[in-house]
Design a binder for this molecule. Sequence first.
Ligand code: ZN
Length: 356
Amino acid sequence: MSAAGRELLMKAVVFNRHGDSGVMEMSEVPVPEVPDGWVLVRVNGSSINHLDFTVRSGSAGIPVHFPHIGGCDAAGTVAALGRGATGYREGEAVVVNPGIGCGNCPACRMGEDPLCEDFRILGEHMNGSFAEFVSVPARNLKRMPQGFSLVKAAASPLVYLTAWHALVGRAGIRFGERVLVTGGSGGVSAAAIQIAKLFDANVVATTRKEEKADALRRIGADDVIVTAGEGWGKNYLDRAGINGFDIVIDSVGSALWKDSIRSLSKGGRFLNYGRTSGGHVSTDLSFIFWKQLQIIGSTMGNPDEFDTVMNLIFNRRLDPVVDRVFSLREAGLAQDYVESAGQIGKVVLLVGEDSH
Ligand SMILES: [Zn+2]
């Protein structure tokens, strides 16, 4: 976007090197380009995701171009349409699907964008939404109903899409199954608890912090396991008098792996969408073949799933859990808060007048 040949600038939180949250600074950078078929969105709200600090610290191992703008989620209004972008008008309220495929390859044409060889995530492989404007393909937008909470909309996209794709798309959750959600207070986990309850599942959540148990029950967990050391899985199964869970949905990784695998019932499915405690695990294969387990990887979700899960949120069948709201300039503080696992659910950033 340019006016009279001059580059327009916007406020954004950027980092010029990897490191702790101290590397993030409010800066003025050019408003992003809007390629053909893309749309410029004025960001009013974003939110913090675990991905943000793995990209910032460099531990995600993804090469980024500095200065980099993080931020996967965006809710805002259409500011400008690129050539050939249709279906939206300037000023319309929208939310953004942060998973961006090329739009042309067989995977994208089948609607399976996360399988696209060029699949990118907003704020991870490209500049994101900790900024006044973000540029995304028109196919990544969804209209937001009038009067819907900006904060809840900004909190929703990545975590609900990830949880829906994992539980519904990948695990094929069936009504009434037993589901174990590890690391229950994280954003995806809170979404997964609610989605599993839509399927009338019996949902058990794990947490390391006893004081979070009540909040997890309020989100919808039928029971809570406080994980301390090994053996929590078997202890719970003995106590509950059950053989195991049909589904374990996990992004904690190595710290909970052993008990998670042993907690599965025969024919159970282990859904993994991350590895916050470490990605290297080992297991006795006898558990896998004898119990006929499935180990299933899951990343983000496809456009149809985004549409479905956002409709459930807009229709209030799913209710995003928002812990705290910060302003854009407090992005580093907000990331530290989430990284210290102090929150239940989502932490939102408001982008607007107060962020200057
Ligand atoms: Zn593609």
